[in-house]
Ligand binder design. Structure first.
Ligand code: SF4
Length: 74
């Protein structure tokens, strides 16, 4: 199991995560990335999703130019 975490405030909407890992990431109306099916904390604008397999999310985190994607292995 693992948790994918996205700090939406820091996202600059470059689209890399969506290209590398469309399974988990998509750009949405405000021009920033969103983790599909995630839970968002409205106060912090941080999204989290529990996953069984990290798959492409790790590559997306590594490619993010502002390092706003975090993978927490549990
Ligand atoms: S790679 Fe990072 S900065 Fe680019 S859209 Fe994804 S989360 Fe945002």
């Amino acid at each position: 199991m693992a948790k994918i975490k996205l700090q939406r405030e820091k996202c600059i909407g470059c689209g890399s995560c969506q290209v590398i890992c469309p399974k988990y990431f998509e750009l949405v109306d405000d021009g920033k990335s969103h983790i599909k099916d995630s839970v968002k904390d409205e106060k912090t604008n941080i999204e989290e999703l529990e996953v069984v397999k990290i798959e492409c999310a790790e590559a997306a985190a590594e490619a993010c130019p502002v390092q706003c994607i975090e993978i927490i292995k549990t």
